[in-house]
Design a protein around this ligand. Structure first.
Ligand code: ADP
Ligand code: MG
Length: 485
């Protein structure tokens, strides 16, 4: 089978809508005070509610509602100020209640959209049909014992939102751009850690094909539980090609739910629509409907931070940087927060941006650490940058010697002096290095005098070596030119 990418086929168009599950980063679960944190010992976070003991009653966590509203506002949704929970009934070992509490006909947010930017610079608007609240189920563990399955209920009751898009997606690129944008937003808004590897962000992709220009949709298949950007793209490409083969072979697509095998890159059927569950949704009688007052909604709206797209615009307008530079800062809430602190004391904010998106990121990469583990405080980095900009230390010694030596309480200037990094102000010393170098490179000096100006760089480099980096290259340059006149 020849693999065409979704945007390359001339005979068929891909149509897709995503159902994106986001695990909210609240401290406690959606309907109990059990901890919602990841990574504890099995069944460490299970009170009567998580265990579904008879008589245990759910109580809604207000923070969950606030976070859902925040993401809804960022996705341009209408907030459904009166909404309620439903029971979705099914039996599973890791679902002790026998039903999941979710929202069916009454989602908390609806009718939104998100504009995503594609590689070619074009913007594509993708409609958001709804966002609903729900609880996660527990986890069955089948691979620890040959005879028994185990159940870990720590995850039971962890808050999720499901973001359901309209079938507006037309390529795997659009799907991954949408997911990337949503990941940035949930992190930016402190709604979720957005970590796909740990399953905090995962999605089901509904996929169908049709002839370009057709106004009707084809029959869709739903690929479940895609847990990386790459797998979303792979599953879509595979499914697109599979459906084309079926149609071109004279067959029909059967509406079904599919698994994606990440090793093989293929999809396989889980169940078809005929076998689909009847969940018998009905409003949960144990929970009051949610009523979001105008005052509370207004409060949440006014506390919304400025969003990444707006930050990008401001950065471009204020600092004259280009869009990809601005994106780096705007899409990383930690880096942007660091910038906002450091900019208060740095003399040249453009310089700060260059350092953050260049040298600092490279440094963190080289050390394999995240910004959270970077020992240099924003105010200290600002001082380092000021010293470099004032030509008191060279950028090279700042990066190689000063920054690695800084800790939270270090006085930056004192440290630079202690490490002997301050640039020699003394012309005599530099002039003596210049004399030494010009003597040593006599033939090159002749060449320079005969018009081969390119050797100047060699002289500057050699003088800099003698000065152990503690000199200003421009000044050395000027002094040498002067000397060779
Ligand atoms: P259901 O209620 O059966 O789950 P929805 O209308 O909620 O169906 O749609 C679920 C998801 O499937 C949505 O993201 C929607 O955009 C997408 N979808 C619906 N029809 C199609 C189609 N023909 N092709 C691709 N995706 C579709
Ligand atoms: Mg659905």
């Amino acid at each position: 089978m020849s693999i065409k990418t979704a945007t390359e086929s001339l005979t068929f168009e891909l149509v897709s809508g995503l159902e994106i599950h986001v695990q909210l980063n609240t401290q406690s679960k959606i309907f109990s005070s059990d901890s919602a944190t990841f990574g504890a010992n099995p069944n460490a976070h299970i009170s009567a509610v998580s265990l579904a003991l008879p008589g245990a009653l759910p109580k809604l966590n207000k923070e969950v509602v606030a976070k859902a509203i925040r993401i809804g506002l960022a996705l341009n949704c209408e907030i459904n100020q009166h909404n309620f929970f439903d029971r979705k009934n099914y039996f599973y070992a890791d679902l002790p209640k026998g039903y999941q509490i979710t929202q069916d006909n009454s989602p908390i947010c609806k009718n939104g959209f998100l504009n995503v930017v594609l590689a070619n610079g074009e913007e594509k608007r993708i409609g958001i049909n709804r966002i609903h609240l729900e609880e996660d189920a527990g986890k069955s563990i089948h691979d620890q014992d040959p005879n028994y399955s185990y159940v870990d209920l720590n995850r039971a009751g962890v808050p999720l939102i499901e973001i359901v898009t309209e079938p507006d997606i037309r390529s795997s690129e659009e799907a991954s751009a949408l997911l990337a944008e949503i990941r940035t937003l949930v992190r930016h808004l402190n709604v979720s850690d957005g970590n796909m590897e740990e399953g905090s962000l995962r999605c089901d992709a509904n996929i169908s094909i049709r002839k370009p220009g057709s106004t009707e949709f084809g029959t869709r298949c739903e690929v479940k539980n895609l847990n990386s950007m790459r797998n979303v793209r792979r599953a879509m490409e595979f499914e697109f090609n599979r459906q084309i083969e079926v149609i071109e072979g004279g067959g029909k697509i059967i509406q079904s739910t599919l698994n994606f095998d990440a090793d093989k890159g293929t999809t396989s059927p889980m169940r078809t629509k005929e076998e689909a569950n009847d969940y018998r949704y009905f409003p949960d009688p144990d929970l009051q409907p949610i009523s979001i007052s105008d005052e509370w909604l207004a409060e949440i709206k006014s506390a919304m931070p400025i969003l990444p797209k707006e930050i990008v615009k401001q950065l471009i307008a204020n600092y004259g940087i280009n869009k990809s530079e601005a994106n780096i800062l705007a899409e990383d809430i930690d880096l942007y927060g660091y910038f906002n602190k450091a900019k208060l004391t740095v003399n040249n904010q453009k310089s700060l941006i260059n350092w953050l998106i260049g040298a600092v990121r490279t440094y963190l990469n080289d050390q394999s650490i995240s910004l959270a583990d970077f020992k240099v405080l924003p105010i200290q980095l600002a001082e380092v940058i000021n010293l470099v900009d004032e030509k008191k230390i060279s950028q090279q010694s700042a990066l190689q010697d000063l920054i690695p030596a800084l800790h939270q309480n270090t006085d930056v200037l004192a440290k630079a002096a202690e490490l002997n990094l301050l640039i020699v102000e003394d012309n005599d010393e530099i002039l003596s290095y210049i004399a030494e170098v010009l003597t040593k490179f006599e033939p090159q000096v002749q060449a320079y005098k005969n018009g081969k100006k390119g050797v100047l760089g060699l002289f500057v480099g050699e003088v800099m070596k003698l000065a152990k980096g503690k000199a200003d290259a421009k000044k050395i340059n000027d002094l040498i030119i002067d000397k060779l006149k």
